[in-house]
Design a protein around this ligand. Structure first.
Ligand code: ZN
Length: 272
């Protein structure tokens, strides 16, 4: 199923699924999406959609996990996934604004990515069991300030990728049973009217099961952990001339079987 999280017109937040073809109504489910939950009779009017995971316990992300993206950056892909983290406070939902901070950075880039959502606590997960720990998938935009990522911070990527609003997630969480082939999904990023990334998750060097199993060898995966599985080719900083996000842009990440995660780009007006 496709699990949506919304702010309803009554001012409360709900999880559930869309009511038929009507994208303005949510059939409310109750309980916990990670353990037991069930449908109710309630249907509410959606004021706006929220991130399906508003505050993940951890957000891990993979660098250079698509062969063609590694090639375009000129950085050699490592035999094991390169893992970094994004702050949980960087998460926003569909249609929320990606904010360009007043004080810089100036080179803010997009990265459309398939995000894996962990459903069960796990450590040292065998490869053959890894998919049992996956609750489902959502679209992510691993927004990255390239000046902070590469030119400041001595090569540490975390701050450049953790500005508030730099991790849009959504529009829904598609459960694993509905996407039996996560490594064969079309993934596309559109900036305004321009298709800037157009690829398939089959271009990943490591498949989803390997990523989950590998990560769990060194740390505990908790329910709600989000793993951004890396971006395909076509990011802005590798282009000639480079292409960075500007105020007034609209950026959308689309993944087959999940949907469209679109966000406007605005300048952050800092209060003096
Ligand atoms: Zn990324």
């Amino acid at each position: 199923m496709k699990i949506y999280h919304c702010l309803a017109e009554d001012g409360r937040r709900y999880y559930g699924q869309l009511h038929g073809e009507d994208r303005g109504l949510l059939e409310v489910w109750e309980g916990d999406i990670f353990t037991t939950w069930r449908p109710t009779d309630a249907v509410v009017k959606i004021a706006r959609l929220l991130s399906p995971l508003p505050l993940p316990p951890n957000i891990f992300a993979l660098g250079l996990s698509y062969r063609k993206h590694a090639e375009e950056t000129g950085i050699e892909a490592a035999p094991e996934p390169i893992v970094f983290m994004k702050a949980s406070t960087s998460v926003i939902g569909p249609e929320e604004a990606i904010l360009l901070p007043d004080a810089g950075p100036t080179k803010v880039d997009y990265e459309g990515e398939l995000a894996v959502v962990i459903g069960r606590r796990g450590k040292n997960i065998p490869l053959a069991e890894a998919m049992d720990y996956v609750l489902g998938y959502t679209c992510a935009n691993d927004v990255s300030a390239r000046d902070w990522q590469f030119e400041r911070q001595q090569g540490q990527w975390v701050r450049g990728k953790s500005f508030d609003s730099f991790c849009p997630l959504g529009p829904c969480l598609t459960t694993r049973d509905e996407l039996p082939h996560p490594n064969r999904l079309a993934i596309r990023t559109v900036l305004n009217d321009q298709v800037v990334q157009d690829a398939s998750t089959s271009g990943m060097i490591h498949d989803i099961a390997s990523i989950v199993s590998n990560l769990s060898k060194s740390l505990t995966l908790l329910p709600g952990t989000v793993i951004l599985t890396g971006t395909p080719e076509g990011v802005g900083f590798t282009r000639t001339p480079p292409l960075f996000l500007r105020e007034g842009d609209r950026i959308a990440v689309m993944i087959e079987g999940i949907g469209v995660l679109a966000n406007p780009v605005r300048a952050e007006r800092m209060e003096a």
